[in-house]
Design a protein. Structure first.
Length: 252
């Protein structure tokens, strides 16, 4: 049995890296942040920008309302996408950015007392994203069909780019239902994001900072068609903007 688990873990670790590689390849031809330096011409532009980016960093940080249980493991790749920038995000709108998102490679380990430790991140060329958090399972039942699970989680992230840097904190509440093969979930999140300008065509803006708060809601499903594996997809609202989340991984 341990051999099977190890095989699944290796397979989906590679799948997570492949997912990130595909996203990175797409970013190579379409980088939503590449014109930040020229588009940041006022400090007032920072707050809407931070709000949008904070939402997709927090996106994909949950897909279940249950703790893993000791000594559970979950390894996967996740992607959060916002369909278009907020109307007041002058930086991304000025760069003619449409859909934008960030991939994550995420690893989770279950500890005693319904606590999970989570590490997540991704790095590619001009930027690096690193973060982690803790999830606590408030309630779960597995014996009855449609039995609910409820969990809360908190995360911190840092995002470093050649032109700007971000710090991000998030709090989530997630509820799911135990259904064979398909487990629906709904989650709510709050984000606090601070941005600092590292490089700008307007020299006076270098070093300027701003902080924004926002919210997320995701309605999705986990598909469990192969033992020990899952595929999840969700429709989201990031600060009122349409978005999507998805991912795949192995959990046992």
């Amino acid at each position: 049995m341990s051999h099977i688990k190890n095989c699944h873990l290796k397979f989906f670790s590679l799948s997570a890296l492949l997912t990130a590689a595909i996203a990175a390849q797409a970013a190579d031809s379409f980088d939503p942040f590449k014109e930040f330096k020229s588009q940041i011409t006022s400090v007032d532009f920072l707050k809407p920008f931070a709000k949008d980016i904070g939402a997709i960093i927090g996106g994909g940080s949950f897909h279940t309302g249950r703790s893993l249980g000791f000594p559970g493991v979950d390894v996967g790749g996740h992607l959060a996408i916002q369909k278009k920038p907020s109307s007041d995000n002058v930086i991304l709108n000025g760069a003619n950015v449409d859909a934008f998102g960030l991939p994550m490679v995420q690893g989770e380990v279950g500890l005693p007392f319904n606590i999970d430790v989570i590490l997540r991140g991704f790095t590619y060329k001009d930027y690096a994203l690193v973060g982690g958090g803790i999830r606590y399972g408030l309630f779960k039942m597995r014996m009855l069909p449609l039995s609910p699970g409820i969990a809360v989680s908190g995360f911190v992230h840092t995002f470093a780019h050649n032109f700007f840097s971000l710090s991000h904190q998030a709090a989530n509440l997630t509820v799911d239902l135990s259904v064979p093969l398909v487990s629906p979930y709904i989650g709510f999140g709050i984000d606090r994001t601070s941005v600092k300008v590292n490089s700008a065509d307007v020299a006076a803006l270098v070093g300027q900072t701003a902080t924004a708060t926002g919210n997320r809601i995701a309605l999705g499903v986990n598909l469990k068609l192969i033992p020990l594996t899952y595929l999840h997809a969700a429709a989201t609202r990031y600060n009122g903007n349409v978005g999507y989340e998805g991912g795949l991984g192995v959990k046992f």
